[in-house]
Design a protein around this ligand. Structure first.
Ligand code: PEP
Ligand code: CO
Length: 456
């Protein structure tokens, strides 16, 4: 049940951080009412299925892989980009499942990740101070003052791009592309030639052998749907509340409200204020919800956030995404894990090793080090082990392309080569090789992870 005073627009009575100031209120109102007339992008029953899968994660029986762009682009939008992202997601999950024999719940930062919260209101590009880039749902990224004026029509464009992306994702995941018999074909050329690509080939061959073995002993694999189709769910930061409200629908079977812009939505580090508009809005929709927790989060914050977002203590409803920084996760996370446990909150704990590990090179390029990303994940697993919590998943920024945005990895992207293919609109992403490399590290950690022995 939604709280009694809640409605899809009740957030408007609370302070809303990081919302665009639409210059023309009539145009904004027109866009809001058009969104309200659009078809839902996802069905409430799907959000419930994802919640059930996340309940498995909360209980220590599955793992969450949430990954995708920092910011999706209106310009770099093609079937190929989506396919390559899906390939690396499928490869990573094959490696993780094979290495740990634990199911992996796959959630993309995709089909809606168009709005960004920014720490600084302005940024300086080539000596010119401009409003910070806030995502293509708000304005264009070109470095001119005109391009940075918010335009509410972009919410409609974001909706259409999300619809088309989701459609293709469904086609790929249900139409044969994700069939386990194609496990070799997910290895892209530029990945296959690398050491981690070759390591993947060996696992793919093992999986093929296992399938042939099962067929040989008479198991009918043709009917096993889980071999031929996968679920890849959509998620984005539910930042721009005009958009989220516009796509809020009441489910006809249960009467409950759902945010039908994506299967899972998360609340960012900058908008998790307890009395703020984002917590108000997400307290009333029934999707699975994530919330980022940075270094300032206290045990009381965890208890209060969980009480607001998951008063019924429903497993799978709430995912808390720790992003403390590699140097601090071992110290800062354990008290939070303890607070959730003592409050009887069955949360999924996930690790975002990206957002607290960004730095600028001497030449001013924003980047992250692969080794530091791995270190934060290791620290997360250690903290979970110390507190007897299940390390439920990772939340990553990646792309299927051969970009040079993060430093290091087996592939060793060097500082001087960063600018050779630096394409991101916002934060630096792992390229496909680095992502696969990371999956091998995570699979090892998962295999050795502490497992809950009793039902949670
Ligand atoms: C993000 O996930 O893109 C992001 C901005 O993260 P955070 O809210 O944790 O800073
Ligand atoms: Co980011």
């Amino acid at each position: 049940m939604s709280p009694p005073t809640w409605s899809p627009s009740s957030w408007r009575g609370h302070p809303a951080e990081h919302q665009p100031e639409w210059p023309d209120e009539a145009a904004a109102e027109a866009a809001r009412s058009r969104l309200k007339a659009m078809l839902p992008l996802v069905f409430a029953g799907e959000a419930r299925q994802l919640k059930a899968s996340l309940a498995e994660v909360a209980g220590g029986r599955a793992f969450l892989l949430q990954a995708g762009d920092c910011a999706e682009s209106f310009h770099d939008f093609s079937a190929i980009t989506i396919r390559e992202k899906l390939k690396i997601m499928l490869q990573m999950s094959a490696v993780m499942i094979y290495g740990s024999t634990t199911p992996v719940v796959k959630v993309g930062r995709i089909a809606g990740q168009f709005a960004k919260a920014r720490t600084a209101p302005t940024e300086t590009i080539d000596g010119v101070e401009l409003p910070s880039f806030r995502g293509h749902m708000v304005h264009d990224d070109a470095p001119t003052a005109v391009a940075r004026v918010p335009d509410p029509e972009r919410m409609i464009q974001a909706y259409h791009q999300a619809a088309a992306t989701l459609n293709l994702l469904r086609a790929f995941t249900k139409g044969g592309f994700a069939d386990l018999n194609r496990v070799h074909m997910w290895n892209q050329e530029f990945v296959a030639s690398s050491p981690q690509g070759q390591r993947y080939e060996r696992i793919a061959s093992e999986i093929e052998r296992a399938l042939r073995f099962m067929a040989a002993i008479g198991i009918d694999l043709g009917d096993a749907q889980s071999l031929h189709q996968v679920d890849v769910w959509t998620s984005h930061e539910g930042l721009l509340l005009d958009y989220e409200e516009g796509l809020t629908r009441r489910d006809s079977t249960t009467g409950d409200w759902y945010d039908c812009s994506g299967h899972m939505l998360w609340i960012g580090e900058r908008t998790r204020q307890l009395d703020g508009a984002h917590i108000e809005y997400f307290s009333g929709v029934h999707n699975p919800i994530g919330c980022k927790l940075g270094p300032t989060a206290t045990p009381e914050d965890v208890v209060d956030l969980a009480e607001r977002l998951n008063p019924a203590r429903e497993a799978g409803r709430l995912t808390l995404i720790s992003r403390m920084g590699a140097g601090r996760v071992r110290e800062l996370l354990p008290p939070l894990l303890r607070a959730a446990r003592e409050a009887g909150q069955p949360v999924v704990w996930a690790c975002d090793p990206m957002h607290a590990n960004v730095f600028k090179t001497d030449t001013g390029i924003k980047t992250r080090r692969f080794e530091v990303i791995v270190d934060e994940i290791e620290g997360f697993f250690e903290a979970c082990r110390e507190e007897g919590a299940w390390p439920g998943g990772v939340h990553l920024e990646f792309t299927g392309d051969a970009v040079t945005e993060c430093l290091g990895g087996a592939d060793t992207v060097l500082e001087e080569s960063l600018s050779s293919n630096y394409m991101t609109l916002c934060d630096p992403r792992l390229n496909a090789r680095q992502s696969l490399d990371l999956a091998f590290h995570v699979a090892e950690l998962m295999r050795d992870a502490w497992k809950p022995t009793t039902e949670m």
